[in-house]
Ligand binder design. Structure first.
Ligand code: GLN
Length: 392
C-alpha cells in the first residue's frame, strides 16, 4: 500500500474532542470540550424555524451572505471602533477553526516560522503543520501568564512570518493588556510580521478586564488578520459560523483559500444568525454577567473542595493543579477522573509546549445545575482517586 501523507504523522487527533468521547463513554459530566449546555437566544431559534421555509437552501455568496456580512460589519465596527467594509474586509468561514486555517494558508509559505504563545489552543499546532509552517513557542508564565519581552524578541529575531494571538486566551484565561499588546505590535512592526488573532472569547470577560482588539492598535490594521466566530457569543458552537476581518488585499487572498477549502458557511444558519448580530449592546452586558456568575459559582466550588486553580480574566476555562495526586500522566489522570469521579476534563499537556503534566482544564460554560453536579462529583475526588507516590 502507498504511504499516507507525512504531514499528518506529526500530530494526533484533537485531545479536546477525544475527551468528549471519553466523557460520553463513562457518562461523565463533560467539562472538557468548551461548549454550552444551555439554549442559544430564543430570537435565533425562532428565526431559524422561519428560515427553513424561506429561500436560503442553496449556496450563499462564497465569502458570506450579503445580509450576514452587513450585520457583522455593523456590529464589529461598533466594538472595534473602526468602520469595517462588509464587501472588502470580511470573509465568512465555517467556524473560526476554518478562519484560522485559511489565515495561516493566506500568509505563510512552507518553511515559514510562526510565533505561538504556550500554553496555546491545540489547533494552532496542527494549523502550522498543515500549512507547512514551523512554530516558535514563547512561554506565558503563571500565575498571570505574562510573557518575557526579551524571549518574545528572541523569537522575532528568527523573522517569523506571523504571530498567533489568542485573546482572551484559551486555556489560561489571560486577557492581554494594552501595554502587552503594544509590545507585540512594536515587534510586529520592527520585524515586519503578520499577526493572526483568535478572538472568539471577545465578549466573555470578567471585570475589570477589557478586551482590546489587536487590529485597533496604531499601525496594526494593515498587518492583522482578525479571526473570530459567533459560536461562543451566541452559544451556537454547532452552527460553525466564523469569520476573518482584514484589509482588502489580504481578504482578496483569504477569499480564494476559503472558497477552495469549504465554498461557504451554511446559508440558512447565516440568515438565522443575523438577528443575533443585530442585538443591542445590552445583550453583551448580560452575556458577561451570566458568565461572571458561572465563573464565581464554579471557582467558589473548587475553593471549597480545596483544589488550587487559575483565576481566569476572560474566556470560560480554569486550569486545576493535580500535583497532589502524583500522576506522571495527566492524560491518564483525565481518564481516571472521567471513569471514577464522573467529570470530563482535558489534560493540560495538550496545551503546553513545555513538559507540563500537573494541570487539567475544565470549562464552566454550563447551566448552574450541571456545574453543581460536577462540583458534587469533584467533592469526592480524594476518595475516588487515591494519591500515587510521585515519580521523581
Ligand atoms: N474551543 C473549545 C475548546 O477549546 C472547543 C474546541 C473545539 O472542539 N472546536 O474546548
Amino acid at each position: 500500500m502507498p504511504q499516507l501523507s507525512k504531514r499528518t504523522e506529526t500530530f494526533t487527533d484533537s485531545v479536546i474532542r477525544r475527551m468528549t468521547r471519553i466523557s460520553l463513554k463513562y457518562n461523565a459530566v463533560n467539562l472538557s470540550q468548551g461548549f454550552p449546555d444551555f439554549d442559544p437566544p430564543k430570537e435565533l431559534l425562532n428565526r431559524l424555524a422561519e428560515v427553513t421555509h424561506e429561500d436560503f437552501h442553496q449556496y450563499s455568496i462564497t465569502w458570506g451572505a450579503q445580509n450576514f456580512r452587513e450585520a457583522l460589519a455593523e456590529k464589529q465596527s461598533r466594538f472595534m471602533g473602526r468602520r469595517i467594509d462588509p464587501n472588502g474586509e470580511i470573509v465568512v468561514t465555517c467556524g473560526s477553526t476554518e478562519a484560522m486555517m485559511a489565515a495561516m494558508m493566506t500568509v505563510t509559505n512552507p518553511g515559514d516560522k510562526v510565533v505561538v504563545f504556550s500554553p496555546f489552543y491545540e489547533n494552532y499546532g496542527a494549523d502550522t503543520i498543515l500549512s507547512g509552517a514551523e512554530p516558535i513557542y514563547v512561554p506565558l508564565y503563571p500565575p498571570a501568564f505574562n510573557f518575557n519581552p526579551d524571549e518574545l524578541e528572541a523569537a522575532f529575531k528568527q523573522y517569523p512570518k506571523a504571530l498567533i494571538l489568542c485573546n482572551p486566551s484559551n486555556p489560561c484565561g489571560k486577557v492581554f493588556t494594552y501595554d502587552e499588546l503594544k509590545i507585540i505590535a512594536d515587534l510586529a512592526e520592527k520585524y515586519d510580521t503578520f499577526v493572526i488573532t483568535d478572538e472568539v472569547y471577545e465578549h466573555i470577560l470578567y471585570e475589570p478586564n477589557k478586551h482590546v482588539y489587536f487590529a485597533t492598535l496604531p499601525g496594526m490594521w494593515e498587518r492583522t488578520i482578525s479571526c473570530s466566530s459567533l459560536s461562543k457569543t451566541y452559544s451556537i458552537t454547532g452552527w460553525r459560523l466564523g469569520y476573518i476581518i482584514a484589509p482588502p488585499h489580504i481578504i482578496e487572498v483569504a477569499k480564494k483559500v476559503h472558497d477552495f477549502l469549504t465554498v461557504g458557511a451554511a446559508a440558512p444558519l447565516q440568515e438565522a444568525a443575523v438577528v443575533g448580530l443585530r442585538f443591542p449592546d445590552d445583550y453583551y452586558r448580560q452575556l458577561q454577567a451570566k458568565y461572571t456568575e458561572k465563573r464565581d459559582l464554579f471557582l467558589k466550588g473548587l475553593d471549597d473542595i480545596g483544589i488550587t486553580h487559575t483565576n481566569p480574566q476572560g474566556a470560560y476555562y480554569v486550569l486545576l493543579d493535580i500535583s497532589e495526586f502524583g500522576f506522571s500522566s495527566d492524560l491518564e489522570f483525565c481518564e481516571v477522573l472521567a471513569r471514577d469521579v464522573g467529570v470530563g476534563a482535558v489534560p493540560g499537556s495538550s496545551f503546553f509546549r513545555e513538559p507540563v503534566n500537573h494541570l487539567i482544564r475544565l470549562h464552566f460554560a454550563k447551566r448552574s445545575d450541571t456545574l453543581n453536579d460536577a462540583l458534587n462529583h469533584l467533592a469526592d475526588i480524594r476518595n475516588k482517586i487515591p494519591a500515587r507516590k510521585s515519580v521523581i
